[in-house]
Design a protein around this ligand. Structure first.
Ligand code: PMV
Length: 369
């Protein structure tokens, strides 16, 4: 079992001057939600997510060795340029600076390089789809590619685990965007090798009904969230229902593990929809309280319930920390469900926008040094 200190890089064996990597990393959608954390991005309960396929961040990391030859220069700061879609983006820099500070203990080589980070998303930036999970995961993959150049003997297993470990320190849910179609993050008795420190691919055999499971994301509100997830997580401290929630989540994960193995979609729907509404119930019952759903979110949920009742097609929803609705359904019902979405749900989406996605497999190397 790897512990936190195993992720401190201390065996740098090779010297490298410059290079470029490019990785893509997908977004993910939690089925059992992570909401509430302890110090150092340790989750208050285990969570599980579907990895997405189409909603991705693609990040190019250029690096060159810094030479500290002038007296005025020193290596006490990080040195990087940040580009979004090829253009400098100063607003994103503080987030990266903070990420570097958090991971420096584990990647002490970072200050030896100047970085150029060029990042883009395959989904619209202001869509309300969290880009922090895919963004931090893509950056973590690139950093691990650099670390592997510095330490060529690193195993593949360590490479991916540390990438997830680093991504977690950027944004908790990002650790579930590294590897695997379904990922568990957080210690759970029944999930082999599960850890609070990084995400692990769900290792049981998946029932075939979940192959290419569909996620159509209805963009209900693309505005800035009025409460960030950082603040939301914090509000779980001293929350009147926190204890019960942290007791419930691992139980839901146990139930969902069985469902993912046996393909019982009635049970799947119950767990997943209840988890989504519980997440929002936690927001509504914190102090201060807040609501991220919009009237159109509720219209959509009611339409989905009605449609499912009438057609018996196992379509259900989940929600992220926002107003958008993720519509989940088996691939075999793709045509009917997309028709239903076009006929009855698109009217509730901002500018009629939605994104068709499905289960994917995690990060991908696009350009090697
Ligand atoms: O990764 P964060 O800190 O942005 O938290 C994300 C929390 C939820 O998206 C609401 C749930 C989850 O498990 O992804």
């Amino acid at each position: 079992m790897l512990s936190e200190t195993d992720f401190i890089a201390n065996s740098i064996s090779s010297d490298i001057n410059q290079g470029i990597f490019t990785w893509s990393a997908p977004s993910n959608i939690a089925l059992v939600k992570y909401w509430g954390k302890k110090q150092d991005q340790i989750p208050a309960n285990p969570s599980i997510s579907f990895t997405l396929n189409n909603c991705k961040t693609i990040t190019k990391l250029g690096f060159s060795k810094r030479h500290f030859d002038k007296l005025s220069e020193n290596n006490s700061t990080f040195s990087f340029d940040l580009l979004f879609e090829g253009k400098p983006k100063e607003e994103f820099k503080p987030k990266i600076q903070k990420f570097f500070e958090r991971i420096e203990k584990y990647c002490p080589y970072l200050k030896n390089f100047h970085f150029t980070i060029d990042t883009q998303n395959t989904f619209p930036h202001s869509s309300g789809i969290a880009s922090s999970a895919s963004g931090m995961a893509a950056l973590a993959m690139n950093i691990m590619s650099l670390e592997k150049e510095l330490n060529p003997l690193m195993t593949e297993e360590y490479f991916y685990k540390k990438a997830s470990f680093l991504a977690r320190l950027g944004s908790g849910s990002a650790c579930r965007s590294i590897k695997g179609n379904i990922v568990v993050w957080g210690e759970h008795q029944e999930i082999k090798e599960s850890s609070d420190l990084f995400g692990v691919p769900f290792s049981s055999e998946l029932h075939s009904v979940f192959n290419n499971y569909q996620d159509t994301i209805l963009l209900v509100d693309k505005g800035e969230k009025q409460v960030s997830s950082t603040v939301g997580h914090d509000l779980m401290h001293n929350h009147p229902y926190a204890e019960q929630r942290f007791f419930q989540a691992p139980q839901n994960l146990s139930k969902l593990k069985l469902v993912l193995e046996n393909g019982n979609l009635d049970e799947f729907i119950k767990i997943v929809e209840s988890e989504a509404l519980t997440l929002h119930a936690m927001m509504m019952t914190s102090m201060p309280y807040f609501i991220l759903m919009k009237p159109n979110t509720l219209e959509i949920l009611n339409k989905i319930w009605k449609y499912r009742n009438e057609t018996k097609i196992p379509v259900c929803f989940t929600l992220d920390a926002g107003a958008n609705v993720h519509v989940l359904y088996p691939e075999q019902y793709k045509n009917e469900t997309l028709q239903f979405i076009k006929d009855e749900l698109v009217g509730y989406c901002q500018n009629g926008q939605y994104i068709c996605d499905e289960i994917g497999f995690g990060s991908q190397l696009i350009l090697e040094n």
